[in-house]
Structures are given as structure tokens and as C-alpha cells.
Design a protein around this ligand. Sequence first.
Ligand SMILES: C[S@@+](CC[C@H](N)C(=O)[O-])C[C@H]1O[C@@H](n2cnc3c(N)ncnc32)[C@H](O)[C@@H]1O
Length: 379
Amino acid sequence: MDLDHVNKILITCAKGISPFLEKEIRDLGFSIESAHQTGVVIRAAFIDTYRLNLELRTAYNVLFLLREFRCASPADLYSKVYQLQWENIIPNGEYVSVVSQVSNPKIKNSMFANQKLKDAIVDRMVKKTGYRPDSGPERRNIVINLYWKNEKAWIYINTSGMKLADRGYRKIPLTAPMQETLAGAVLLAAGYTKDMHFLNPMCGGGTLAIEAALIALDKAPGLLRSNYGFCHLKNFDREYWRKTRKERLSACAKKLPKKIIATDIDRKAINAAIKNATTCGVDHLIDFKVCDFRDTEVPEEGGIVILNPEYGERMGKINELAGTYKEIGDFFKKKCAGYTGYIFTGNLELSKKVGLAAKRRTPFFSGDIDCRLLEYEIY
Ligand SMILES: C[S@@+](CC[C@H](N)C(=O)[O-])C[C@H]1O[C@@H](n2cnc3c(N)ncnc32)[C@H](O)[C@@H]1O
């Protein structure tokens, strides 16, 4: 396939994040064809997937459409997939992984569709090249996605390979971490820029502070990773990719004009946050401290302060947490004048204990939990 071949590109994201993803895509100069709760569709050239993978903070996968067709049965799927020229896409000896999402009353198990899809690709490769590609669940090489809804099917090359949310900097698992792409979307929703101080008490593993540092440096999150699905394809332009990355790297800022402060009462959380920030290369830009959230340093000149307290679903108990939410409200009122305060929570009952009227409530999901980013103007 030619790198300048133009077709639909489906960019997927976590539920509810698509308004932020849409904005990111528009800011890169693409126009949107359609958007839904878990994805955005654009039309662009295959080569554009390099830049989309590199730049997008809130996307999961960048999927380039190979073919859409009517598909009435598994046999139909096999024959239509077999007709695609896989020998022009997959180099000999590459490892291929297939992922299927099926919503068809006749197909009870999407593993069956997966098997048919894989067989068609492998059989075609054997016939045309004499080589049988290895295949399995690992998404570190070539990934092919199938969506099959009723009588219609779409086959995509997953140019990301592994999810873009897996930036690779989170080395120490902690309880209830915020996903990297969700943290990116929360910061975009809060309008964070490098020109404001950013305070993140209750920082846990530091995801929000680390994502803020990346935004402030204008560092494309994709620079943190070197392995993408498109790197394994026959049409991979290694030199163009090297040049694109190099130019993007030199466009990043080197230092920050304002502060990023991340604190947590738990020493283990701060140790993990420092380790994560070090892996990400932004540890020197964040002031970490072990302390109660109320003792977080609040520099003058204002900025934004975001807290992601426990909300009783995965940690802590709701009654015990009511006092904490009230104390967050008191902290905002007593110490954070001139700042815009945010609480990210999955428990709206607890948020009523804050004792301040939220000026804006932005809906999000953390997994399947209905969450809100609550905004408070603090005078
Ligand atoms: C839901 S986790 C935050 C997760 C974080 N957003 C991340 O991505 O890892 C809540 C954090 O609040 C911290 N915490 C709880 N009570 C605290 C308090 N009184 N002062 C400071 N931190 C507190 C916990 O140690 C925990 O790390």
C-alpha cells in the first residue's frame, strides 16, 4: 500500500473522551468526518498515521481502513479477507495479531471471527509468498482489527499496535491510578497551559503531574515510545519517521516558566510518582513532597489545582471520605484564592460535601464508572 493512499481513519478513545480527541485532531489540521462516544473518523493519507500516533494525547488506537464490505457469514468473511493483498502489507516473517469486535446475532463468539480472519490472512500469505506468518495475542508487531456489525464489516490496520495510553512510563503499579489518556483529557478540559502553576495534591503515581509536564514542554507523548504497529509494515518509511521524531523532539521546550507541584500523604505513592516521572524524563520539572494535601505549597499568582481523591468505588469507604471532601472545600477556600480548583470524582454524593458550588461539571468515565471533573472558581 502506498503511503499517500487516502482512506478513512478511525481514531479510538475511552468512553466520553471524544470531544477532547476531536479538538486535538482539529488542532493538527485535520477535518472531522464523524465522531461518536469512543472514536473519531477522519479521511487522511496513510503517512498521516505517523503524526497522529506521535501527537495525540487522548487517543487509544489509530486505525487505517483497509476495506469495508457486506459480510453475511464467517465463510463470507474468510473469502473477502483472503482477497486483500496481504503480501503487499505484511513482510515475510512478521508476527501478526488480530482483534475482532463482533455484533452479529449469528456469531455468538468473537473468537470464531478472529480465527476466520487470521486463517484468511495466513492462508493468503502462504499461497502468495510461501511463508507462514506467526500469529498470537501479542500486540507488539502487526495488528489487524475487524469490526463486524450485523451484515457489515470493516478491516483496519492498527497503526498504533499497542494502545497509545500505554506510554511506558508507569513502572510501579499503585491502587486506582488514572489512565494516562484520561489524565491528558482532564488537563485539556481544565485548560491547563504552561503559563499557569499546576498543583496536584493526592497525586498518587503522579499521572496528572507527569501529563501536565508533557503538555507544558509541548512534548508529543508518542516520543516516549518507539514501537508502533506501522513500524512493522512493508511500507514503513524508516527515514521519514526518524526525521519526523527528530524534528518534533527539537521543538520541545527545555524548561518550565511555572511550577508543577505533586504531593501525597503516602510515601510509597510519592516514590512511585518520582520513579514514573524519571522514566518519563520529567522528574526535574515536578516538585514532589510527602504531605497531607492541606500542607501543599500554594505559590502566589494563581493557576489550577486538581485533586483526584478516592471515591469509594475502588478504595476507601464512602462515610470516611465525606470528611475528606469537606476538607478539600476548606483547603480551596482558605489557601487557594486566585486558583481554579478541580475535583475529579466518581461519586457525586461525596462531591456535595465540598461546600462550594461547582461552576462547571465535565462528564468522564474511568473504566465504566461515571465520573465528573468539577470546577470551582476560588476567590
Ligand atoms: C485515587 S488516588 C490518586 C490517583 C492518581 N490520580 C494517579 O493517577 O495515580 C488518591 C490518592 O490520595 C492520597 N491521599 C488520601 N488522603 C490523603 C490526604 N489526606 N492527603 C494527601 N494525600 C491523600 C492517597 O494516598 C492516594 O494516593
